[in-house]
Design a binder for this molecule. Structure first.
Ligand code: OOG
Ligand code: NI
Length: 461
Protein backbone atom coordinates (compact mmCIF):
# COMPACT_ATOMS: atom_id res chain seq x y z
CA UNK A 1 0.00 0.00 0.00
CA UNK A 2 1.12 3.56 -0.74
CA UNK A 3 -0.03 6.13 1.80
CA UNK A 4 -1.06 9.70 1.03
CA UNK A 5 2.22 11.22 2.09
CA UNK A 6 4.17 8.70 0.00
CA UNK A 7 1.96 9.58 -2.97
CA UNK A 8 2.64 13.27 -2.29
CA UNK A 9 6.42 12.79 -2.11
CA UNK A 10 6.42 10.62 -5.25
CA UNK A 11 4.23 13.06 -7.15
CA UNK A 12 6.49 16.02 -6.22
CA UNK A 13 9.61 14.09 -7.27
CA UNK A 14 8.14 12.93 -10.60
CA UNK A 15 6.79 16.36 -11.38
CA UNK A 16 10.28 17.72 -10.75
CA UNK A 17 11.83 15.18 -13.16
CA UNK A 18 9.23 15.97 -15.80
CA UNK A 19 9.64 19.74 -15.41
CA UNK A 20 13.43 19.44 -15.53
CA UNK A 21 13.11 17.71 -18.92
CA UNK A 22 10.70 20.37 -20.18
CA UNK A 23 12.55 23.43 -18.80
CA UNK A 24 16.31 22.77 -18.49
CA UNK A 25 16.93 26.12 -16.72
CA UNK A 26 14.96 24.67 -13.80
CA UNK A 27 17.66 22.05 -13.35
CA UNK A 28 20.31 24.78 -13.18
CA UNK A 29 18.25 26.55 -10.53
CA UNK A 30 17.93 23.37 -8.47
CA UNK A 31 21.69 22.76 -8.75
CA UNK A 32 22.61 26.29 -7.70
CA UNK A 33 20.10 26.15 -4.83
CA UNK A 34 21.66 22.92 -3.58
CA UNK A 35 25.16 24.43 -3.75
CA UNK A 36 24.06 27.52 -1.83
CA UNK A 37 22.31 25.37 0.79
CA UNK A 38 25.40 23.22 1.28
CA UNK A 39 27.57 26.32 1.69
CA UNK A 40 25.16 27.86 4.21
CA UNK A 41 25.05 24.62 6.17
CA UNK A 42 28.87 24.53 6.28
CA UNK A 43 29.10 28.15 7.35
CA UNK A 44 26.29 28.26 9.90
CA UNK A 45 26.07 24.70 11.17
CA UNK A 46 22.99 23.72 13.16
CA UNK A 47 21.66 27.27 12.97
CA UNK A 48 21.05 26.76 9.23
CA UNK A 49 18.49 24.08 10.09
CA UNK A 50 16.49 26.20 12.52
CA UNK A 51 13.69 26.64 9.97
CA UNK A 52 13.65 23.06 8.72
CA UNK A 53 16.05 20.13 8.41
CA UNK A 54 18.40 20.23 5.44
CA UNK A 55 16.70 17.11 4.05
CA UNK A 56 13.31 18.80 4.14
CA UNK A 57 14.65 22.02 2.63
CA UNK A 58 16.53 20.21 -0.15
CA UNK A 59 13.45 18.24 -1.21
CA UNK A 60 11.08 21.17 -0.72
CA UNK A 61 9.22 22.56 -3.75
CA UNK A 62 6.16 24.55 -4.50
CA UNK A 63 4.42 24.32 -7.83
CA UNK A 64 2.10 26.75 -9.58
CA UNK A 65 -0.81 25.76 -11.78
CA UNK A 66 -3.65 27.70 -13.37
CA UNK A 67 -7.17 26.51 -14.22
CA UNK A 68 -10.20 28.07 -15.85
CA UNK A 69 -13.40 27.21 -13.99
CA UNK A 70 -14.76 26.37 -10.54
CA UNK A 71 -15.35 22.80 -11.81
CA UNK A 72 -11.68 22.46 -12.77
CA UNK A 73 -10.67 23.92 -9.40
CA UNK A 74 -12.89 21.37 -7.68
CA UNK A 75 -11.20 18.54 -9.63
CA UNK A 76 -7.75 19.87 -8.71
CA UNK A 77 -8.88 19.85 -5.07
CA UNK A 78 -9.76 16.14 -5.40
CA UNK A 79 -6.37 15.28 -6.91
CA UNK A 80 -4.50 17.17 -4.19
CA UNK A 81 -6.90 15.78 -1.58
CA UNK A 82 -5.53 12.35 -2.53
CA UNK A 83 -2.06 13.64 -1.63
CA UNK A 84 -3.17 14.95 1.78
CA UNK A 85 -3.13 18.57 0.59
CA UNK A 86 -5.92 20.97 1.55
CA UNK A 87 -6.81 24.45 0.29
CA UNK A 88 -5.25 27.10 2.56
CA UNK A 89 -5.61 30.86 2.15
CA UNK A 90 -7.38 33.01 -0.41
CA UNK A 91 -5.40 35.37 -2.65
CA UNK A 92 -7.01 37.94 -4.92
CA UNK A 93 -4.46 38.93 -7.53
CA UNK A 94 -6.84 41.03 -9.62
CA UNK A 95 -6.08 44.14 -7.57
CA UNK A 96 -2.60 43.30 -6.37
CA UNK A 97 -0.82 43.81 -9.72
CA UNK A 98 -0.49 46.82 -11.96
CA UNK A 99 -0.74 44.54 -15.02
CA UNK A 100 -3.88 42.60 -15.72
CA UNK A 101 -3.88 39.33 -13.76
CA UNK A 102 -7.51 38.12 -13.82
CA UNK A 103 -7.22 35.29 -11.29
CA UNK A 104 -8.01 34.35 -7.71
CA UNK A 105 -5.89 31.72 -5.98
CA UNK A 106 -5.43 29.36 -3.06
CA UNK A 107 -2.59 27.04 -2.06
CA UNK A 108 -3.02 23.30 -1.59
CA UNK A 109 -0.71 21.97 1.11
CA UNK A 110 -0.39 19.57 4.03
CA UNK A 111 -1.55 21.21 7.27
CA UNK A 112 -0.23 19.23 10.23
CA UNK A 113 3.27 19.48 11.63
CA UNK A 114 3.88 15.76 11.05
CA UNK A 115 2.70 15.84 7.44
CA UNK A 116 4.72 18.98 6.68
CA UNK A 117 7.81 17.33 8.10
CA UNK A 118 7.23 14.23 5.92
CA UNK A 119 6.91 16.27 2.74
CA UNK A 120 5.84 19.91 2.57
CA UNK A 121 4.88 20.00 -1.15
CA UNK A 122 2.45 22.83 -1.90
CA UNK A 123 0.85 24.13 -5.06
CA UNK A 124 -0.21 27.72 -5.68
CA UNK A 125 -3.38 27.25 -7.72
CA UNK A 126 -5.05 30.04 -9.64
CA UNK A 127 -8.46 30.19 -11.29
CA UNK A 128 -9.42 32.53 -14.11
CA UNK A 129 -12.26 35.00 -13.48
CA UNK A 130 -14.18 35.30 -16.78
CA UNK A 131 -17.10 36.89 -14.87
CA UNK A 132 -15.03 39.96 -14.02
CA UNK A 133 -16.21 42.72 -16.40
CA UNK A 134 -13.03 44.74 -15.85
CA UNK A 135 -11.22 42.18 -18.00
CA UNK A 136 -13.83 40.43 -20.16
CA UNK A 137 -16.80 41.94 -21.99
CA UNK A 138 -20.00 39.89 -22.36
CA UNK A 139 -19.05 38.49 -25.73
CA UNK A 140 -15.55 37.39 -24.71
CA UNK A 141 -16.87 35.98 -21.43
CA UNK A 142 -19.43 33.86 -23.28
CA UNK A 143 -16.86 32.52 -25.75
CA UNK A 144 -14.38 31.83 -22.97
CA UNK A 145 -16.91 29.99 -20.82
CA UNK A 146 -18.01 27.86 -23.78
CA UNK A 147 -14.40 27.03 -24.63
CA UNK A 148 -13.59 26.08 -21.03
CA UNK A 149 -16.76 24.01 -20.60
CA UNK A 150 -15.77 21.94 -23.64
CA UNK A 151 -12.35 20.80 -22.42
CA UNK A 152 -11.32 18.02 -20.06
CA UNK A 153 -8.15 18.61 -18.03
CA UNK A 154 -8.32 15.50 -15.86
CA UNK A 155 -9.50 12.09 -17.12
CA UNK A 156 -12.28 10.37 -15.12
CA UNK A 157 -9.93 7.50 -14.23
CA UNK A 158 -7.53 9.91 -12.51
CA UNK A 159 -10.36 11.51 -10.53
CA UNK A 160 -11.77 8.14 -9.50
CA UNK A 161 -8.36 7.01 -8.22
CA UNK A 162 -7.96 10.34 -6.42
CA UNK A 163 -11.31 9.92 -4.65
CA UNK A 164 -10.34 6.43 -3.60
CA UNK A 165 -6.93 7.53 -2.25
CA UNK A 166 -8.58 10.31 -0.32
CA UNK A 167 -11.35 8.14 1.13
CA UNK A 168 -9.10 5.20 2.03
CA UNK A 169 -5.97 7.18 2.89
CA UNK A 170 -3.83 4.97 0.62
CA UNK A 171 -3.75 3.05 -2.67
CA UNK A 172 -2.54 -0.43 -3.57
CA UNK A 173 0.80 -0.45 -5.44
CA UNK A 174 -0.57 -0.84 -9.00
CA UNK A 175 -3.27 1.81 -8.53
CA UNK A 176 -0.76 4.18 -6.93
CA UNK A 177 1.49 3.82 -9.97
CA UNK A 178 -1.40 4.45 -12.37
CA UNK A 179 -2.58 7.45 -10.34
CA UNK A 180 0.91 8.99 -10.37
CA UNK A 181 1.33 8.49 -14.11
CA UNK A 182 -2.02 10.05 -14.92
CA UNK A 183 -1.52 12.91 -12.46
CA UNK A 184 1.93 13.86 -13.77
CA UNK A 185 0.73 13.56 -17.37
CA UNK A 186 -2.15 15.97 -16.67
CA UNK A 187 0.43 18.70 -15.95
CA UNK A 188 2.73 18.11 -18.94
CA UNK A 189 2.89 20.69 -21.70
CA UNK A 190 0.57 19.49 -24.47
CA UNK A 191 1.74 19.11 -28.07
CA UNK A 192 -1.76 19.79 -29.40
CA UNK A 193 -1.73 22.85 -31.71
CA UNK A 194 -2.88 26.10 -30.13
CA UNK A 195 -5.57 28.16 -31.92
CA UNK A 196 -3.44 31.21 -32.72
CA UNK A 197 -6.23 33.78 -33.24
CA UNK A 198 -8.07 32.76 -30.06
CA UNK A 199 -4.87 32.77 -28.02
CA UNK A 200 -3.96 36.24 -29.28
CA UNK A 201 -7.43 37.60 -28.61
CA UNK A 202 -7.09 36.58 -24.96
CA UNK A 203 -3.49 37.78 -24.80
CA UNK A 204 -4.72 41.31 -25.54
CA UNK A 205 -6.62 41.13 -22.23
CA UNK A 206 -3.91 39.30 -20.29
CA UNK A 207 -1.10 36.85 -21.02
CA UNK A 208 -2.33 34.85 -18.02
CA UNK A 209 -5.84 34.62 -19.51
CA UNK A 210 -4.33 33.29 -22.76
CA UNK A 211 -2.16 30.77 -20.92
CA UNK A 212 -5.23 29.45 -19.09
CA UNK A 213 -8.13 29.88 -21.49
CA UNK A 214 -6.31 29.81 -24.83
CA UNK A 215 -5.39 26.11 -24.69
CA UNK A 216 -7.27 22.86 -24.16
CA UNK A 217 -5.05 21.53 -21.36
CA UNK A 218 -3.19 22.76 -18.30
CA UNK A 219 0.50 22.55 -17.36
CA UNK A 220 2.77 23.21 -14.48
CA UNK A 221 3.83 26.85 -14.70
CA UNK A 222 6.87 26.65 -12.42
CA UNK A 223 8.36 24.56 -9.66
CA UNK A 224 10.17 26.45 -6.96
CA UNK A 225 13.06 25.14 -4.86
CA UNK A 226 13.78 26.54 -1.41
CA UNK A 227 17.11 28.17 -0.72
CA UNK A 228 18.72 29.24 2.55
CA UNK A 229 20.40 32.39 1.19
CA UNK A 230 18.41 33.95 -1.64
CA UNK A 231 20.72 36.97 -2.05
CA UNK A 232 23.65 34.63 -2.67
CA UNK A 233 21.55 32.56 -5.07
CA UNK A 234 20.59 35.71 -6.98
CA UNK A 235 24.28 36.64 -7.36
CA UNK A 236 25.29 33.18 -8.52
CA UNK A 237 22.48 32.88 -11.08
CA UNK A 238 23.38 36.33 -12.45
CA UNK A 239 27.04 35.27 -12.65
CA UNK A 240 25.97 32.31 -14.76
CA UNK A 241 24.40 34.72 -17.22
CA UNK A 242 20.78 34.05 -16.25
CA UNK A 243 18.86 37.28 -16.24
CA UNK A 244 16.84 37.50 -13.05
CA UNK A 245 13.87 39.85 -12.53
CA UNK A 246 15.14 43.06 -10.98
CA UNK A 247 14.04 42.48 -7.38
CA UNK A 248 13.64 39.95 -4.63
CA UNK A 249 9.97 40.13 -3.56
CA UNK A 250 9.03 40.33 0.10
CA UNK A 251 11.03 41.53 3.12
CA UNK A 252 14.46 43.09 2.49
CA UNK A 253 17.77 41.41 3.29
CA UNK A 254 18.87 42.28 6.84
CA UNK A 255 20.64 40.84 9.85
CA UNK A 256 17.50 40.23 11.92
CA UNK A 257 15.21 37.18 11.79
CA UNK A 258 13.88 36.13 8.39
CA UNK A 259 10.11 36.42 8.31
CA UNK A 260 7.50 35.18 5.84
CA UNK A 261 8.81 34.65 2.37
CA UNK A 262 11.34 36.12 -0.06
CA UNK A 263 11.04 35.15 -3.71
CA UNK A 264 12.66 35.93 -7.02
CA UNK A 265 12.46 34.54 -10.53
CA UNK A 266 13.75 34.60 -14.08
CA UNK A 267 11.84 34.50 -17.31
CA UNK A 268 12.10 31.14 -18.99
CA UNK A 269 12.95 30.99 -22.67
CA UNK A 270 10.21 30.86 -25.24
CA UNK A 271 9.11 27.26 -25.77
CA UNK A 272 8.34 25.80 -29.20
CA UNK A 273 4.58 25.23 -29.60
CA UNK A 274 2.50 24.22 -32.60
CA UNK A 275 0.06 26.97 -33.62
CA UNK A 276 -3.00 26.61 -35.85
CA UNK A 277 -3.58 29.67 -38.05
CA UNK A 278 -7.07 30.82 -39.12
CA UNK A 279 -6.79 29.00 -42.49
CA UNK A 280 -6.16 25.72 -40.67
CA UNK A 281 -2.44 25.28 -41.32
CA UNK A 282 -0.26 24.33 -38.40
CA UNK A 283 2.94 26.33 -38.02
CA UNK A 284 5.84 26.12 -35.61
CA UNK A 285 5.65 28.97 -33.17
CA UNK A 286 6.86 29.76 -29.68
CA UNK A 287 5.15 30.86 -26.48
CA UNK A 288 6.83 32.33 -23.46
CA UNK A 289 4.75 31.69 -20.38
CA UNK A 290 6.73 29.60 -17.94
CA UNK A 291 9.47 30.77 -15.63
CA UNK A 292 11.89 29.79 -12.93
CA UNK A 293 11.35 30.86 -9.34
CA UNK A 294 13.19 30.35 -6.07
CA UNK A 295 12.29 31.24 -2.50
CA UNK A 296 13.60 31.56 1.04
CA UNK A 297 11.22 30.98 3.93
CA UNK A 298 11.15 32.62 7.34
CA UNK A 299 8.98 32.75 10.45
CA UNK A 300 5.19 32.75 10.27
CA UNK A 301 3.84 36.08 11.50
CA UNK A 302 0.68 36.48 13.59
CA UNK A 303 -2.11 38.78 12.38
CA UNK A 304 -0.41 41.62 14.28
CA UNK A 305 2.97 40.74 12.80
CA UNK A 306 1.46 40.63 9.34
CA UNK A 307 -0.19 44.03 9.85
CA UNK A 308 3.24 45.40 10.81
CA UNK A 309 4.79 43.80 7.70
CA UNK A 310 2.12 45.32 5.43
CA UNK A 311 2.48 48.74 7.04
CA UNK A 312 6.27 48.68 6.60
CA UNK A 313 5.91 47.82 2.91
CA UNK A 314 3.50 50.76 2.54
CA UNK A 315 6.01 53.00 4.31
CA UNK A 316 8.77 51.87 1.96
CA UNK A 317 6.50 52.58 -1.04
CA UNK A 318 5.83 56.09 0.26
CA UNK A 319 9.49 56.83 0.81
CA UNK A 320 10.45 55.38 -2.56
CA UNK A 321 7.99 57.62 -4.37
CA UNK A 322 9.05 60.64 -2.31
CA UNK A 323 12.75 59.99 -3.12
CA UNK A 324 12.80 58.47 -6.60
CA UNK A 325 16.60 58.77 -6.78
CA UNK A 326 17.22 56.54 -3.78
CA UNK A 327 17.90 52.83 -3.90
CA UNK A 328 14.74 50.99 -2.84
CA UNK A 329 16.53 48.14 -1.10
CA UNK A 330 18.50 50.61 1.03
CA UNK A 331 15.30 52.43 1.98
CA UNK A 332 13.70 49.09 2.83
CA UNK A 333 16.63 48.07 4.97
CA UNK A 334 16.47 51.31 6.95
CA UNK A 335 12.72 51.00 7.56
CA UNK A 336 13.16 47.39 8.68
CA UNK A 337 16.05 48.12 11.02
CA UNK A 338 13.98 50.83 12.63
CA UNK A 339 10.65 49.03 13.08
CA UNK A 340 11.07 45.25 12.91
CA UNK A 341 12.10 43.43 16.09
CA UNK A 342 15.77 42.43 15.81
CA UNK A 343 15.52 39.06 17.53
CA UNK A 344 13.27 36.01 17.56
CA UNK A 345 12.83 36.52 21.27
CA UNK A 346 11.38 39.99 20.74
CA UNK A 347 9.09 38.69 18.00
CA UNK A 348 7.82 36.06 20.43
CA UNK A 349 7.30 38.31 23.45
CA UNK A 350 5.54 40.97 21.39
CA UNK A 351 3.22 38.38 19.87
CA UNK A 352 4.32 39.13 16.31
CA UNK A 353 5.41 35.64 15.21
CA UNK A 354 4.34 32.05 15.91
CA UNK A 355 6.44 29.58 17.85
CA UNK A 356 6.05 26.15 19.36
CA UNK A 357 7.15 25.84 22.97
CA UNK A 358 9.01 22.83 24.35
CA UNK A 359 10.04 22.00 27.90
CA UNK A 360 13.81 22.50 28.14
CA UNK A 361 15.80 19.38 29.06
CA UNK A 362 18.13 21.61 31.14
CA UNK A 363 15.32 23.47 32.98
CA UNK A 364 15.77 24.42 36.67
CA UNK A 365 15.67 21.31 38.92
CA UNK A 366 16.03 23.02 42.28
CA UNK A 367 12.44 22.35 43.33
CA UNK A 368 11.30 25.88 42.45
CA UNK A 369 7.89 26.33 40.83
CA UNK A 370 7.82 27.48 37.22
CA UNK A 371 6.21 30.84 36.42
CA UNK A 372 2.93 30.69 34.50
CA UNK A 373 3.53 33.26 31.79
CA UNK A 374 5.04 31.91 28.63
CA UNK A 375 7.49 34.81 28.27
CA UNK A 376 8.80 34.20 31.79
CA UNK A 377 9.03 30.47 31.19
CA UNK A 378 11.24 31.21 28.20
CA UNK A 379 13.32 33.89 29.95
CA UNK A 380 13.95 31.70 33.00
CA UNK A 381 14.95 28.69 30.90
CA UNK A 382 11.97 26.41 31.57
CA UNK A 383 10.86 26.19 27.97
CA UNK A 384 12.41 26.80 24.60
CA UNK A 385 10.74 28.55 21.69
CA UNK A 386 11.09 27.02 18.23
CA UNK A 387 10.02 29.14 15.27
CA UNK A 388 7.12 28.01 13.10
CA UNK A 389 8.05 28.36 9.45
CA UNK A 390 5.76 30.23 7.07
CA UNK A 391 4.10 27.69 4.74
CA UNK A 392 1.98 30.07 2.67
CA UNK A 393 2.27 32.82 0.06
CA UNK A 394 2.03 36.61 -0.13
CA UNK A 395 -0.46 38.22 -2.53
CA UNK A 396 1.74 41.17 -3.32
CA UNK A 397 4.80 39.02 -3.97
CA UNK A 398 2.71 36.64 -6.07
CA UNK A 399 1.43 39.59 -8.11
CA UNK A 400 5.02 40.82 -8.51
CA UNK A 401 6.11 37.38 -9.73
CA UNK A 402 3.18 37.10 -12.16
CA UNK A 403 3.75 40.61 -13.44
CA UNK A 404 7.48 40.56 -13.97
CA UNK A 405 7.12 37.43 -16.09
CA UNK A 406 4.37 38.73 -18.38
CA UNK A 407 5.10 39.89 -21.89
CA UNK A 408 2.47 42.64 -22.13
CA UNK A 409 0.53 44.83 -19.74
CA UNK A 410 -2.86 43.53 -20.92
CA UNK A 411 -5.90 45.65 -20.24
CA UNK A 412 -8.20 46.32 -17.33
CA UNK A 413 -11.23 48.60 -17.43
CA UNK A 414 -11.34 50.22 -14.02
CA UNK A 415 -14.68 51.95 -14.71
CA UNK A 416 -16.36 48.60 -14.17
CA UNK A 417 -17.16 47.09 -10.79
CA UNK A 418 -15.14 43.87 -10.22
CA UNK A 419 -16.92 40.54 -9.67
CA UNK A 420 -16.86 39.61 -5.97
CA UNK A 421 -14.90 36.54 -4.88
CA UNK A 422 -13.68 35.59 -1.41
CA UNK A 423 -12.64 32.54 0.61
CA UNK A 424 -16.29 31.66 1.35
CA UNK A 425 -17.16 31.77 -2.34
CA UNK A 426 -14.20 29.53 -3.19
CA UNK A 427 -15.09 27.08 -0.40
CA UNK A 428 -18.60 26.78 -1.84
CA UNK A 429 -17.32 26.39 -5.40
CA UNK A 430 -14.97 23.51 -4.58
CA UNK A 431 -17.07 21.96 -1.82
CA UNK A 432 -14.24 22.12 0.71
CA UNK A 433 -13.42 24.66 3.33
CA UNK A 434 -10.61 27.02 2.34
CA UNK A 435 -8.65 27.10 5.60
CA UNK A 436 -7.35 30.20 7.32
CA UNK A 437 -3.54 30.06 7.55
CA UNK A 438 -3.40 32.12 10.76
CA UNK A 439 -5.68 29.62 12.56
CA UNK A 440 -3.46 26.73 11.47
CA UNK A 441 -0.32 28.33 12.91
CA UNK A 442 -2.17 29.37 16.05
CA UNK A 443 -3.45 25.82 16.62
CA UNK A 444 0.10 24.49 16.36
CA UNK A 445 1.35 27.08 18.84
CA UNK A 446 -1.51 26.48 21.31
CA UNK A 447 -1.10 22.73 21.11
CA UNK A 448 2.57 23.02 22.08
CA UNK A 449 1.77 25.37 24.96
CA UNK A 450 -0.83 22.95 26.38
CA UNK A 451 1.64 20.10 26.08
CA UNK A 452 4.42 22.06 27.84
CA UNK A 453 2.01 23.12 30.59
CA UNK A 454 1.03 19.48 31.16
CA UNK A 455 4.67 18.42 31.39
CA UNK A 456 5.44 21.17 33.89
CA UNK A 457 2.21 20.39 35.78
CA UNK A 458 1.09 23.98 35.66
CA UNK A 459 -2.32 24.72 37.19
CA UNK A 460 -5.26 24.48 34.88
CA UNK A 461 -3.40 22.36 32.34
C1 OOG B 1 1.68 32.02 -9.79
C2 OOG B 1 2.48 33.26 -9.45
C3 OOG B 1 2.70 33.42 -7.97
C4 OOG B 1 4.21 32.62 -6.02
O1 OOG B 1 5.02 31.77 -5.63
O2 OOG B 1 3.87 33.56 -5.31
C5 OOG B 1 3.71 32.48 -7.40
C6 OOG B 1 1.62 31.73 -11.26
O3 OOG B 1 2.43 32.26 -12.03
O4 OOG B 1 0.74 30.93 -11.66
O5 OOG B 1 4.14 31.58 -8.03
NI1 NI C 1 5.53 30.43 -7.20
Amino acid sequence: MTSQWQLRAAFAARLSDMYGREVPAYTTLVDVSREVNEDVLRARGADAERLGSISRVTAERHGAIRVGTPQEMQQVARIFGALGMRPVGFYDLREAAASAVPVISTAFRPTSREELARNPFRVFTSMLTPADPRFFDDDLRARLETFLAGRELFPPELLALADRAEAEGELPEAEAERFLQLAVHAFELSTEPVDKAWYERLERVSAVAADIGGVRSTHINHLTPRVLDIDELYRRMTERGIEMIDTIQGPPAWKGPDVLLRQTSFRALAEPRALRTPDGTVIRGALRVRFGEVEARGLALTREGRALYDSLLARIDEQASAHPGKDRSELAHTVWAEHMPHTEHELATSGLAYFTYHVAPDRPRDGSRPPTRISELVEQGWVRAEPIVYEDFLPRSAAGIFQSNLSGEGSRNNDQQGAAYDAAWLSGAIGREVLDPFSLYEQQQNHSIRQAARELELDGA
